[in-house]
Design a protein around this ligand. Structure first.
Ligand code: DX5
Ligand code: ZN
Length: 227
């Protein structure tokens, strides 16, 4: 298993009350990342928010912003999210033929860079890129909407990814996104995840900070099991 320092919790503000976004951000100041879901209506059948709101979010919080780009053109647009204030930018492997180029453009702009796999994309898609990423995000739902059901085969993929990282001697962050709740977070961390995205599980709880702490505590139990 790769060395895992701690479980990081990344609330997805797709689940937030947008009319009170400043308050919602303040309420999750105990999070490790703000997960910022960019949907372009092409790569996924939904629209969310883009560069301008990202700049405002990044300047309204001390928590680093993790921009998850569900966009059809990461080749041209990923670097713009790094420049707009994201600390981490991830793009989908399904959306580019030039993954190394996109990764290095993001890093040159001063952000960390990662790649995302949809549920049906196998881990072997990372074969040529794994040494170059700061983070891998495995989707545990088909992207496009919050509040979907966790796809169970994700845990097998997490174990395959952990094995690939061990074999190559690399230790990227391993993020999982979609349908994570207090009921399955322990299992996904035990399988190798160390960055947990949670939209509904954080924002449907009126005490968002308490929801973050609960997920972190349960995730730590999974980490103790997985080591
Ligand atoms: C799905 C997004 C997720 C989503 C997570 O397309 O990438 O980040 O908002 O929301 P929950 O935790 O509700 O599945
Ligand atoms: Zn996401």
């Amino acid at each position: 298993m790769p060395i895992q320092e701690d479980v990081r919790i990344a609330p997805s503000i797709l689940g937030a009350d947008f009319l009170r976004l400043g308050d919602e951000l303040a309420a999750i100041s105990n999070a490790d990342f703000i997960h910022y879901d960019v949907m372009d209506g092409h790569f996924v059948p939904n629209l969310s928010f883009g560069l301008d709101i990202l700049s405002q979010v990044a300047s309204a919080t001390d928590v680093p912003v993790d921009a998850h780009l569900m966009i059809a053109n990461p080749d041209t647009d990923a670097v713009r999210y790094a420049k707009a204030g994201a600390s981490m930018v991830t793009f989908h492997m399904e959306a580019t033929n030039h993954a190394h180029r996109v990764l290095y453009a993001i890093k040159d702009a001063g952000a960390q860079a990662g790649v995302v796999l949809n549920p049906a994309t196998p881990v072997i898609a990372l074969d040529a890129i794994i040494e170059h990423v700061d983070m891998v995000l495995l989707m545990s739902v088909n992207p496009g909407y919050g509040g979907q059901k966790f796809i169970d085969t994700t845990c097998r993929k997490l174990r395959q990814l952990s094995a690939l990282c061990f074999e190559r001697g690399v230790n990227p962050l391993i993020e999982v996104d979609g349908g994570i709740t207090a009921d399955n977070v322990e299992e996904v961390v035990a399988a190798g995840a160390n960055v947990i995205v949670a939209g509904s599980a954080v924002f449907r709880n009126p005490d968002h900070a308490a929801a973050v702490e609960e997920l972190r505590a349960l995730g730590r139990k999974g980490m103790a099991r997985g080591l």
